[in-house]
Write a protein that binds this ligand. Structure first.
Ligand code: NAD
Ligand code: UDP
Length: 325
């Protein structure tokens, strides 16, 4: 059945793929975004679709629309961007969640929160199951994001318990793919752009820290399944179980791009988690979901995208221009 669906953060990397998929499935989509890290280019191809609507709006302010479902994705996701204005990051997660939950309460819409593996912090349990409460620094440079997302999960759970709002919580692990912002500082986009330009690959620390990378199409499928499942509300881990060190990732990218880049080792950012891999037993059982695109294949698609659009860009001046508006 055709639904009216709100996607906050819909002009961002994940949000734009989600809007596209929902439109393909025949739904009416309202995309709300303040364009802090999102780009109009990500949704330009959707603007002529009569069932797609873009609203420039900051979710820290109330929003009045009539909808059946809400995907709450608005929040900068890369450490560089969420640390740029940490107070606004916390406001987006906390005030934004309150506003969107209020909207869900009034309209009786089902609402899904894009939470994160960062709620586990620098985890002592590996891989991370949903039952693990995490090890998070409350006063560090990553706290605006980690604690903001943790508080949003609390708000979602309390709106459910107190007001019977129909919630879903997805804990998303590192996701990559086409439409990542080349200047946002995340590891996959950084390495690909550096390799394509034969510049030094910037490995932070000794590169032994691990991450598990999920291709965007797999992740979007997981989000939609969770939203439409009538059983499990979450929190539920969504991610790929393949775990790689950042050094391994760098070597893969250099190989795939046939680059002459060398590896450069730079200081490790504060509170950088040492390891991360999802336990997706629950997603397999409750959503019959698991990723189907491995890192080699996903990186190939992502490299193709970056080759098409960004081989020649100067990432630093591109980022500066974006910050300037
Ligand atoms: P992104 O930065 O590309 O997208 C976030 C979008 O939210 C951007 O379009 C931005 O302009 C918008 N936004 C930010 N603050 C806003 C505000 N106050 N009001 C309205 N719009 C606002 O990041 P992404 O990778 O697409 O991530 C989307 C969501 O998924 C985020 O909530 C993020 O925390 C979560 N997530 C992503 C990953 C990942 O690896 N990509 C992992 C875990 C969680
Ligand atoms: N990283 C790196 N070089 C870069 C960017 C990131 O070595 O140019 C490392 C970073 O220190 C972290 C990992 O890659 O250990 C993933 O970083 P990202 O910012 O993509 O995501 P997050 O730390 O939030 O998982």
């Amino acid at each position: 059945m055709k639904k009216r669906i709100l996607v906050t953060g819909g002009a961002g990397f994940l949000g734009s793929h989600l809007c596209e998929k929902l439109l393909e499935s025949g739904h009416d989509v309202i995309c709300v975004d303040n364009l802090f890290t999102g780009r109009k280019e990500n949704i330009a191809h959707l603007l002529n679709n009569p069932y797609f609507e873009f609203m420039r709006h900051d979710i820290t302010f109330p929003l009045f629309v009539e909808v059946d479902q809400i995907y709450n994705l608005a929040c900068p996701a890369s450490p560089t961007h969420y640390q740029f204005d940490p107070v606004q990051t916390t406001k987006t997660s906390v005030h934004g969640a309150i506003n969107m939950l209020g909207l869900a309460k009034r309209t009786k819409a089902r609402i899904l929160q894009a939470s994160t593996s960062e709620v586990y912090g620098d985890p002592e349990i590996h891989p991370q199951p949903e039952t693990y409460w995490g090890k998070v620094n409350p006063v560090g440079v990553r706290s605006c994001y980690d604690e903001g997302k943790r508080c949003a999960e609390t708000l979602f759970s309390d709106y459910h318990r107190q007001h019977n709002v129909d919630i879903r919580i997805a804990r998303i692990f590192n996701t990559y793919g086409p439409r990542m912002d080349p200047g946002d500082g995340r590891v996959v986009s950084n390495f690909i752009v550096q390799a394509l330009q034969n510049k030094k690959i910037t490995i932070y620390g000794d590169g032994s820290q691990t991450r598990s990378f999920c291709y965007v199409d797999d992740l979007i499928e997981g989000l939609i399944r969770l939203m439409n499942s009538d059983g499990y509300k979450g929190p539920i881990n969504l991610g790929n179980c393949g775990e790689f060190t950042m050094r391994e990732l760098a070597e893969k990218v250099v190989f795939l791009t046939e680059s002459s880049s060398e590896l450069a080792f730079l200081p490790l950012p504060l509170d950088d988690p040492r390891q991360r891999r999802p336990d997706i037993t629950k997603a397999r059982r409750e959503l019959s979901w698991e990723p189907s695109i491995n890192l080699n294949k996903g990186l190939k698609y992502t490299v193709e995208y970056f080759m098409k659009f960004f081989t020649n860009i100067d990432v630093e001046s591109y980022s500066e221009k974006r910050k300037a508006g």
